[in-house]
Design a protein around this ligand. Structure first.
Ligand code: ARG
Length: 587
């Protein structure tokens, strides 16, 4: 149970004892922290329903709560709010509990689930670009956040490895090097283990092939034919396709590694293909597929729809599968092999219609409950012109170049701030990469996931304010405070002391972690944990300014403050990890 859950239960009991709805006892942080720590607004709602005076009801509730060990001061405020302050003993007991917890107060789900999270979506032969950044950053964070609550979470990159672009590449390769063994229709293999081209060739070939297909209908026909033959299993094409996928995956892994993004599964759209014949039969037999203009479709519109929802095309007029069908079949694949309780998709807002259609089709087919499929869409990272972020020349920026740019800027910033002085160039680069990635990730995560935001590297990279670098710095600083205390021979005490207001504020911040974690999960919104990390770092900074540790006047204060600092360091590390941020050893 979180702090707010505990307090709400206690106040809820008092409402119940007054013959009122227990739910009215909900407690939340005070709107005016200068007046109280927490508040409960239930008396207002109760009064409205009973046509009574809210202040009188609030008085009645307070009377029932008097003498409870948790409450130090309870007052009626304004039209009938109950203002709440907690006793030091209650706060100290809370601190004791989280210091015995390996996760330092993280929330634990009472009913953990098995969850697949689909959050990569890169396409084979196309280098990762900034458009892939948000899915990776938000998805990785959500994966960690859900996992920390005790859920079993499986992250899948879900490669785009099966569409028309594969046929474009194969046909391009056939035009360029027709003598290769892959293009001999009678050759059943085995084919060479080494790929016939490099990743650089592949990345050059992709835009050339797609431009050629756009410009020339006959050329496009070759691509469609190759796609169909690939999907039908032509051995040379499959072998070539495997090379393309492997080359791309090797390159993608490097970029995702640098971002600190890690997938459990490297499956793709192609893995769903094996299910298509069986699903087609099944859907046909049950009358779920309908013929329409030569294609096979599934209608997903419902009577009460406010906007029109077009059907999905399961098989196109050439009998090939597209993006809708692979997503349907992937859900079946996951259901059979993983049997998750839930599937989460961290994909751009521009695909909302797509997922709505897919989820409805799956529900209609009875393959998976729509309510357990969630599209956790996100807004766009824009440039300063308010349009989707581009390079100065107007192109899409490769993720690799982007990471390099951010790391270089971080090196400048470290120098300007006199950090990393005297470090080897190796350590400086390592620290710079952590700082740069933290700047990027924190800026991305600290907005509500569904908002657009403007990319502003200078702002993201500042060491003051609500930024990734500030939080890394705070974490490193706590560590050095702890090291200093250890060098002075101090050991953290078992008993906390909360005499200064800064100590109490830090205790309240530490105890708020469970609620922040729970709320981030319930809303599927990592920014709530960004807020928590910032609050924690700021509370620590005020605490440390007001409450010296090594130079405190009494040993009792020294060791108790050290315990509070240690707890803060441990919790901040966990929260940063949930956001995908890693602090350097020193900076
Ligand atoms: N490859 C897709 C694209 O580039 C994104 C895939 C997202 N995940 C999914 N299950 N559809 O648009």
């Amino acid at each position: 149970m979180t702090l707010l859950d505990n307090l709400s239960a206690i106040v809820g009991d008092a409402f119940a004892a007054a013959d009122l709805d227990r739910a009215l006892g909900a407690v939340k942080p005070a709107d005016r922290p200068d007046l109280a720590q927490f508040q409960s607004n239930g008396a207002l709602a109760a009064a409205k329903a009973a046509k009574e005076n809210p202040r009188a009801i609030a008085e009645k509730i307070i009377e029932k709560l008097l003498g409870h060990e948790a409450f130090d001061r309870l007052t009626v405020a304004g039209p009938g709010f109950i203002n709440i302050n907690l006793t030091k003993d209650y706060l100290k007991a809370g601190l004791g509990a989280i210091s015995n917890d390996a996760d330092v107060g993280a929330w634990r789900a009472s009913d953990p689930e098995k969850i697949v999270i689909d959050y990569g979506g890169p396409n084979v032969a196309k280098p990762l670009h900034v458009g892939h950044l948000r899915a990776a950053i938000i998805g990785e964070s959500l994966k960690r956040i859900f996992r920390a609550a005790g859920n079993e979470v499986i992250g899948d990159v879900h490669l785009g490895d099966w569409g028309l672009q594969m046929g474009q590449l194969i046909s391009e390769m056939a035009l360029r090097s027709p003598a290769l063994a892959y293009f001999d229709a009678n050759n059943k293999g085995p084919f060479p283990k080494e790929p016939p081209i490099s990743i650089a060739d592949l990345e050059e070939m992709y835009p050339a092939a797609s431009a050629a297909c756009k410009a020339d209908e006959a050329r496009a026909g070759l691509a469609r034919k190759a796609t169909k033959e690939l999907q039908a299993g032509r051995p040379g094409y499959r072998a070539l396709w495997r090379h393309f996928v492997d080359l791309s995956v090797d390159a993608m892994r490097v970029d995702y590694d640098d971002l600190g993004v890690e997938f459990d599964l490297w499956k793709g759209e192609a893995d769903a293909d094996a299910y298509i014949p069986e699903l087609t039969d099944d859907l046909r037999n049950r009358g779920i597929l309908e013929h329409s203009d030569g294609a096979e479709i599934i209608r997903v519109a419902r009577d009460d729809d406010k906007k029109e929802l077009p059907p999905i095309i399961f098989l196109n007029s050439e009998g090939a599968v597209g993006y809708h069908a692979t997503d349907v079949a992937t859900i079946v694949d996951r259901q059979r092999n993983i049997a998750p309780d839930r599937m989460l998709y961290v994909v751009d807002a521009r695909q909302r219609l797509h997922f709505e259609q897919v989820f409805r089709a799956v529900e209609k087919a009875g393959y998976f409950e729509e309510a357990r499929l969630e599209h956790l869409w996100f807004g766009t990272m824009n440039g300063k012109d308010g349009k989707p972020f581009k390079t100065r020349e107007g192109g899409t920026l490769k993720l690799r170049d982007f990471i390099n740019m951010v790391t270089e800027r971080a090196i400048d910033r470290l120098r300007e701030n006199g950090f990393a002085d005297g470090y080897s160039s190796e350590e400086t680069s390592k620290v710079a990469q952590l700082v740069g990635i933290a700047a990027l990730k924190f800026a991305d995560l600290s907005n509500p996931r569904t908002s657009d935001y403007i990319f502003d590297l200078d702002r993201f990279m500042a060491f003051e304010g609500k930024t990734g670098p500030y939080l890394l710095y705070a974490s490193v600083r706590i560590k050095s405070v702890l090291d200093k205390a250890a060098a002075a021979g101090l050991k953290p005490a078992g008993d906390f002391v909360l005499e200064e207001s800064e100590e109490t504020d830090l205790a309240l911040a530490l105890l708020a972690f469970g609620d922040a974690h729970k709320s981030a999960i319930e809303k599927r919104m990592p920014h709530i944990l960004c807020d928590h990390a910032y609050r924690l770092a700021q509370s620590f900074s005020k605490f440390y300014a007001a409450c010296p540790i090594v130079s405190a006047p009494e040993v009792r204060l020294q060791t108790a403050r050290l315990a509070l600092a240690k707890l803060t360091g441990a919790q901040l590390k966990i929260v940063l990890d949930l956001l995908g941020l890693e602090a350097p050893e020193r900076m």
